[in-house]
Design a protein around this ligand. Structure first.
Ligand SMILES: Cc1ncc(COP(=O)(O)O)c(C=O)c1O
Length: 368
């Protein structure tokens, strides 16, 4: 049996008539740029995510860049974030000319260690970007308290966690801005790149609406230097269909995760930890092994089970950030997690036979 980390073909097959029909309609209308689908999808996302405004953009990375620009963050400013995330989180900070300041993670959830944030604040700090990694929220209350006390803004990188909740509040809706990615492999994935920002602040929403179309509110009149970063109308049409199924897909992911957790609990592995106040969406189901990760990965590969480490090099140790002066040992928990974790398939369409196959092979590894 071959188990891919993700197989999107089954998902497409399950909704093919609806997807094909909606795409056909957009094509027939030749309505590609900021059309009706985009507007309706933005409205639907505000309802789904519990925010007042939503602005569709071209990717999750652009959402971060535009969020930072909307908060006037740029050269001379510092932004605190986690070192254990996808590169785009910090890249966006660098691209607006600001400096990312990395802090360590809390080893059980892999999310930003809120106890390390205050020590990283300097007079230049303007914002904190918590990342809701693997589909569960960072511990937002302490982050919000620090941000209020120190007058910092919060951008929630919600690329991996649409639909997750923290103490009943939706991911992305708790800070000043939430950024979403609809990269195809995300729990709500487009047929290409797509992203969105959500916010309760009308001024921020208006500014991002202006920045995403070359800094313009009236045709050919430009009040600021903006970008071309619109949510493609064809992508919005696909995403509108998929959004209707998202909650049932997230439920399947949680069901699979529960099954793995039950069946793997007696092995010398560290399984995902979910605090009571969180509802996880399992964008990734991540195992942690004390010992030889490479041997474990090789065993899984030989069993035709795809597995991957997200992320093998924490951002503070990336070559492009060498000038920031971090070194091995600077952020120990992020470094340990990078060397001890791997994600296995948890996508909704997995069958019980496939889950059992993965579980049996993992058991076999520890029986050797
Ligand atoms: C945590 C995180 N932030 C940002 C991004 C960037 O999103 P995109 O690929 O849509 O630009 C991603 C995913 O790719 C991500 O996982």
């Amino acid at each position: 049996m071959h188990i891919s980390l993700l197989d999107l073909k089954g998902q497409y097959r399950s909704i093919k008539p609806e997807i094909d029909e909606t795409l056909r309609k957009v094509i027939e209308r030749q309505d590609f740029i900021l059309g009706e689908e985009c507007r309706l999808f933005e409205e639907e996302i505000t309802r789904y995510c519990g925010s007042k405004y939503a602005v569709g953009v071209a990717s999750g990375t652009d959402a971060l860049i535009l969020a930072l620009r909307a908060l006037n963050i740029g050269p001379g400013d510092e932004v605190i974030t986690t070192s254990f995330t996808f590169f785009a989180t910090a890249e966006a900070v660098s691209l607006v000319g600001a400096k990312p300041v990395f802090v360590d993670i809390e080893p059980k959830t892999y999310n930003i260690d809120t106890g390390s944030i205050e020590k990283a604040i300097t007079p230049r700090t303007k914002a904190i970007i918590p990342v809701h990694l693997y589909g569960q929220c960072a511990d937002m209350d302490p982050i919000i308290a620090i941000a209020r006390k120190r007058k910092l803004r919060i951008i929630e990188d919600t690329a991996q966690a649409i639909g997750a909740t923290y103490k009943g509040r939706k991911a992305g809706s708790m800070g000043d801005i939430g950024t979403l990615s609809f990269f195809p492999s995300k729990n709500l994935g487009a047929f290409g790149d797509a992203g969105m920002i959500i916010t309760n602040d009308k001024e921020i929403a208006d500014k991002i609406r202006m920045l995403r179309v070359h800094g313009s509110t009236r045709r050919y009149i430009h009040s600021e230097i903006g970008m071309n970063s619109r949510l493609d109308n064809l992508q919005a049409a696909v995403l509108r269909v998929k959004l209707k199924y998202l909650d049932s897909w997230l439920e399947s992911r949680r069901r699979h995760a529960k099954y793995y957790c039950e069946k793997l609990k007696d092995l010398p592995l560290i399984l995902p930890y979910v605090p009571d106040h969180n509802v996880h969406t399992y964008h990734q189901y991540v195992l942690r092994i004390k010992g030889d990760l490479d041997t474990f990965m090789k065993f899984l590969a030989d069993s035709e089970i795809e597995a991957r480490t997200y992320y093998p090099v924490p951002l503070h140790l990336q070559e492009c950030y060498r000038h920031l002066g971090y070194r091995d040992g600077s952020l120990k928990e992020a470094e340990r997690a990078a060397g001890e974790t791997l994600a296995i398939a948890v996508y909704p369409e997995l069958t019980i036979e496939e889950l059992d196959y993965v579980i049996n092979r993992i058991n076999a590894f520890f029986e050797r």
